[in-house]
Design a protein around this ligand. Structure first.
Ligand SMILES: *Cc1c(COP(=O)(O)O)cnc(C)c1O
Length: 357
């Protein structure tokens, strides 16, 4: 790692112990090792930090990524664990991915026939998500072709509603998947995402499970008590300027907020370009010296202003935007009219990711 010449104004502290505890708990409930999704820069946590820590876990079989560039970045880390690509490569990308040892998703006979002999394939079965994969009635023929060619390692499907209270469609999807599997030789089957593990528990015949957001510490509201998951990422940003606003003055773009009295304001080095949702304007709060304080006026591209009246705050001080205790990503996502997935994966490149115990 090269040391940057200038310090970041926002930092994400990524807890190794929280990650490893979540992985152990999820693997325990699923009854199988994990194919850990590290797509989208490990849900914004930093691919390298997460993959290096997770690779030390006995509960992690391998890593799942969305796109070939992520597979390449992971292969370069040489962690000694399989990498599975979840979305279709272009035909031109297949040979190089196979050479890197990346497991490839296959949905059609044409894709099966085009794989080099040293490739390893995971048959993708579309049991109802209608996003990717072979329809159940076509999937067995594709899987058999892969088996004949000696490249069939796994098969998987993806639940559309496993994080919803009504699980009837998830059960139907799993039944369709089992029917396909019954027509194939033994292989590494995987279906559950985090919602599936929390709601359905161990599923018969599965060899792996793929919890994403749950690995990073979050469960859907109705499944929060199922496992003691810990948020992995705590976000902090620096106070870059302190100043006074007088009663009756407005703060930030559009003059949306008027100071009801004289206020002490801290300007903070985090904005929507760093992933703090602009829609959280007039709702957001942060924690300053242990106190919950409001963000005042519009959230800007690179900064926002916080009421620190009565607090002895210094320039350069780190304040807490979210973490394991106090304000959480769930709160910020709610203020921003979005979901934890979008807030975390939206964390920008200017936010430094730092591994902590
Ligand atoms: C993203 C993804 C997952 C992980 O989903 P979570 O809801 O974060 O648990 C699992 N499987 C596939 C195919 C995915 O695309």
């Amino acid at each position: 790692m090269t040391v940057p010449a200038f310090a970041a104004r926002a930092r994400a502290l990524v807890s190794r112990s929280a990650l490893l505890e979540n992985l152990a708990a999820l693997s325990g409930r699923a009854g199988v090792p994990l194919l850990l999704p590290v797509k989208a820069d490990a849900y914004g946590h930093g691919l390298e930090i997460v993959a290096r820590h997770a690779a030390t876990s006995p509960h992690v079989w391998g890593f799942a990524v969305a796109v070939p560039r992520e597979a390449q970045a992971l292969a370069a880390l040489d962690l000694g664990k399989p990498v599975v690509l979840l979305t279709p490569p272009t035909p031109q990308e297949v040979p190089a991915l196979a050479d890197l040892g990346v497991r490839l998703p296959v949905a059609t006979l044409a894709e099966a026939d085009a794989l080099p002999g040293h490739a390893r394939a995971h048959l993708k079965v579309d049991t109802g998500m209608n996003r990717l994969g072979a329809r159940p009635e076509d999937a067995v023929a594709v899987g058999q072709r892969l088996a004949e060619r000696g490249v069939l390692e796994g098969a998987y499907t993806h639940f559309a509603t496993s994080d919803e209270p009504d699980l009837s469609f998830a059960h139907e999807q799993f039944r369709r998947f089992q029917t396909v599997l019954s027509g194939l030789p033994p292989l590494l089957a995987h279906a559950s995402n985090g919602g599936g593990i929390l709601s359905l528990g161990a599923l018969p015949g599965m060899a792996l499970a793929r919890p994403g957001l749950a690995s990073y510490g979050f469960a859907p509201p109705h499944l929060r008590g199922v496992l003691p998951l810990r948020p992995v990422l705590s976000l902090q940003a620096q106070v870059t300027f302190l100043h006074d606003a007088h009663a009756g003055e407005t703060v930030s773009y559009g003059g949306l907020y008027t100071a009801p009295r004289d206020l002490r304001l801290a300007t903070v080095g985090m904005g929507y370009a760093d992933g703090y949702p602009r829609n959280a304007t007039l709702r957001a709060h942060v924690t300053v010296r242990g106190e919950r304080r409001p963000v005042l006026g519009r959230i800007c591209m690179d900064q926002f202003m916080v009421d620190v009246s009565g607090l002895d705050v210094q320039t350069g001080e780190w304040i807490d935007l979210w973490g394991e205790q106090g304000i959480t990503v769930t709160d910020v996502a709610g203020w921003g009219d979005t979901i934890e997935y979008e807030v975390l994966t939206g964390l920008g490149a200017r936010v430094e990711r730092i591994a902590v115990p």
